[in-house]
Write a protein that binds this ligand. Sequence first.
Ligand SMILES: [Zn+2]
Ligand SMILES: [Zn+2]
Length: 180
Amino acid sequence: MKIRTSFVSNSSSTSFTCQHCGGSESGWDYGLEECYMFQCKNGHIVHQSHNKNWKDGKENKDAIKKMIDQYFDEEKKHMIYFRGKYGYSIFGKKAENRDPTDEEVRERLENDFKECYIENVPSKYCPLCNFESVSQSDLVWYLCRKLDIQKSDVPNMIQKEFSSYDKFMNAIRKSYENKK
Ligand SMILES: [Zn+2]
Ligand SMILES: [Zn+2]
């Protein structure tokens, strides 16, 4: 019998919580893709099922072109630098002793864009960015603004007002039940 010893060191448990519905997905070495979630440009993590069109932007020619134009010079410099320094091609082809062509730079940027897309989905596909719901953290930001207090002061305020966590929770429960 073969005993697997590398399991613990190579794998780690990951989990993501959807900020729209609150559901969680987890697994060994799971990424957003395996959890059927995506992250929008504002950092919200949500299930892909909340907007089935989310992937459309990945093929959006204008967005790809804009990104390529923005990073082209930087990327080309970077590719030339690495080739010179380490003597190998970093654009996935057999090492050749030459600079990358513009087409190869564009191709590499386009692949990067598609690979990173799941972490940079445009806001128009995100339910939170469209105000279909408000995340817990945005809720806190809003309340602090309304009450004119600093978010960082809140833990201290709670500790001062209640001598224990049980007392805090009881008070919350009571005020919640009174308002029902
Ligand atoms: Zn969800
Ligand atoms: Zn968002």
